[in-house]
Design a protein around this ligand. Sequence first.
Ligand SMILES: [Zn+2]
Ligand SMILES: [Zn+2]
Length: 285
Amino acid sequence: MKKILLPLCLLVACSAFAASWGPTGHRITAEIAQRHLTDKAQKAIRDLAGPYPLAKLSTWADEIRSDPAWDFVKPWHYISVDEDETLDAVLKRDHKDGQIANVVEAIQFFYALLKGDAANTRIFEAMMAEHKVEPLMGSTRATALALLIHFVGDIHQPLHVGRTYDLGGNKIAVLWFGEKSNLHEVWDESMIEQQKLSYTEFVQFIDHPAEQDVRTWQSDGVEAWAQESIGHRKALYATAYQKTDFTSGLPTLSYEYPFKNLPVVKDRLLKGGVRLAALLNQAFG
Ligand SMILES: [Zn+2]
Ligand SMILES: [Zn+2]
């Protein structure tokens, strides 16, 4: 009986499409950004979005996934770049004036909007009106802020700059400590949750970048961040295939996988936070 049921269960696991860094990952990136804001940006953001931590705003882009009216935002969480493609070519291919094709364009679009770009403000307000959705707190700028915070997190998750044919690892079924999961989910949430730290504790553990690193990371452009994510993919796929479960035939990930890959997760969360701070300091400074 078990032998017949197993493939069916795997099929179900394969079809679940995971969203983005889980809530903890997004809150970590946002909290790091908060700690690197200038006083001026801190105050301007408080005036715009109220006395809430950026961590609270960081998960709104996933909360609205429950409302189909907001479905037009879904492609903004990621960009797919296959092995035989370059990021540059994909960006050129997908670009359409007045639209947002992917996470790279979304970050550039909402950053410009927050800096005061009138055309982007009009375009985004027209999109929300067309899809009959209400902006967060009734404010276009607060909505743009929440989305920017979220997408800077997403682009640093290596599998949000994933391959088309496995949906950024969503189609790669794995066993995570014996439980059915997929590679995307492991990167969005499982390795982070396994630390059993609150987002603020996690930030205290990792938010200690060298001054020189902060300057270097903040001088890179959005396309460089995406390119770094692509650079991490080879190793994260390779380590996933090192062991196979005899019964299910699935890659089996246990202690060794997070031991090897958690340093990358921490690096991506830290870089995302430090870079988000720079964008917000420039937009609100
Ligand atoms: Zn996302
Ligand atoms: Zn995800």
